[in-house]
Design a protein around this ligand. Structure first.
Ligand code: PLP
Length: 434
């Protein structure tokens, strides 16, 4: 019975993939007349369950929580172990629910295949460790998510891999750093936390021209706002923990490939490293995906409403939201992204003390380290995640002493502003008495 279900799931997925056809151009299925389906439609229909008994089928992808799969003969089991696409053997190597997630995310990102991981960092470190050897060289965007920066620093300090950083605004800066050993260019569509948007098409074209693999962390944009494979990326990575799952109840990561040979190159190492996705986490992520476009639209609308008001507030020295006029990446962001995203960072004029006071005074927004969920979260990096850094090191991480990071949720914008405004007014008085 399991084998039948798996086979049918495979067949279903093949149909999905075939229907995805010209994935690079449209990232999904086409209508009969040739027009691309809107992402709101694809998010609902791209993952479908295999047929069940008697010709009916479950509406949602079933959770296959089995760690291993039984075979009738040693030969059949041995044959199944040959590669990533054979019958399921052991869930660290592949699992029907995990594979459904991989195919769904490959479809939404416009890739040909994907591998799901236990976390975003599992995906990022898994891809980098699988691709790189001692002596290789990596070029990465300067203002990166701190976890990625830590992996790159470790690769440089302990594993003999050279790393250089670029601002990301200018492909010439990248081209000047390329060496014969350069293997990977690592970018973020929207940089965490201050929202720099690199010249993705220019840099990825330059990478391709030099035979360098372009890897893009698309966690903050999601495939709703940008599909980097359409701009020349070879691999797109995500913390699915964030917008894709969207409900702050699951950890996960994914790598989506523009060329299936990369999946075949990376898969054996992901099986060895073991940071593969758990089926229940994959199932929860699939459960979040149909509402992704709706959630992203609301995140973006709320972020726009709050960014403008924050920029006009006397307690705020600067607002970092990529679609806000005056943001250094605004032109690039408006050309590349179909919305400004839900992450808004801002610098409080009162510095570190004001940042600490602000996150203690919000009532609706919660002080928590994650982002991308339905609820609004705040953090003050200088006194939490980056508390060991002095001002110079903070500046190198694109963070100021008074920078607050706001992951704008999907609540009512007026309710959110009322909360932020009451916290800001108290911060103003804290500052004046210090
Ligand atoms: N990439 C970005 C842009 C992130 O913001 C994060 C986490 O905040 C990660 C990767 C790591 O993801 P995870 O926490 O799922 O390992």
């Amino acid at each position: 019975m399991e084998t039948e279900t798996e086979t049918e799931m495979e067949a279903e997925a093949e149909t999905e993939r075939d229907a995805g056809g010209d994935a690079g151009a449209t990232a999904g299925r086409r209508r009969a007349g040739g027009a691309a389906l809107d992402i709101r439609t694809r998010a609902v229909h791209v993952s479908s369950a295999p047929p069940g008994e008697g010709g009916s089928r479950p509406l949602s992808v079933p959770l296959v929580q089995s760690s291993a799969f039984a075979f009738d003969s040693a030969d059949a089991l041995a044959e199944a172990m040959a590669g990533p696409d054979g019958p399921y053997v052991y869930s660290r190597r592949g699992n029907p629910t995990v594979r459904a997630l991989e195919r769904t995310l490959a479809g939404l990102e416009g890739g040909v295949s994907a591998l799901a991981f236990a976390s975003g960092m599992g995906a990022i470190s898994g891809v980098l460790l699988a691709l790189l050897r001692p002596g290789d060289h990596v070029v990465a965007q300067r203002c990166l998510y701190g976890g990625t920066y830590a992996v790159l620093s470790d690769l440089a300090a302990r594993y003999g891999i050279a790393v250089d950083y670029v601002d990301g605004a200018d492909e010439a800066e990248f081209a000047a750093l390329v060496r014969p050993t350069t293997r990977v260019l690592f970018l973020e569509t929207i940089g965490n936390p201050v929202g720099q948007v690199p010249d993705l098409p220019g840099l990825l074209a330059a990478a391709r021209a030099h035979g360098v693999l372009g890897v893009v962390d698309n966690s903050l944009a999601s495939p709703v706002l940008c599909r980097p494979i359409e701009h020349g990326a070879d691999i797109v990575v995500h913390s699915t923990t964030k917008y894709l799952a969207g409900h702050s109840d699951v950890l996960g990561g994914v790598a989506v490939f523009a060329d299936d040979r990369l999946r075949h190159e990376i898969w054996p190492r992901t099986v060895e490293f073991g940071a593969t996705a758990d089926p229940f986490a994959a199932w929860l992520t699939l459960r979040g995906l149909p509402t992704l476009p709706l959630r992203i639209a609301q995140h973006c609308a709320n972020a726009a409403a709050l960014a403008g008001r924050l920029a006009a507030h006397p307690a705020v020295a600067a607002v970092h939201w990529p679609w806000l006029p005056g943001h250094p990446s605004c032109d690039r962001a408006r050309a590349l992204l179909s919305g400004g995203g839900g992450m808004v960072a801002f610098d409080l004029a009162g510095g570190r003390a004001a940042g600490r006071a602000f996150v203690a005074r919000v009532r609706l927004a919660r002080l928590a380290l994650s982002l991308g969920g339905v609820e609004t979260l705040v953090t003050h990096p200088a006194s939490t995640s980056h508390r060991e850094l002095d001002e110079e090191a903070l500046a190198a991480a694109c963070i100021g002493p008074g920078t607050v990071r706001l992951s704008v949720g999907i609540e009512d914008a007026e309710d959110l502003w009322a909360d932020l405004a009451q916290a800001l007014s108290e911060v103003n008085s804290v500052r004046s008495t210090q």
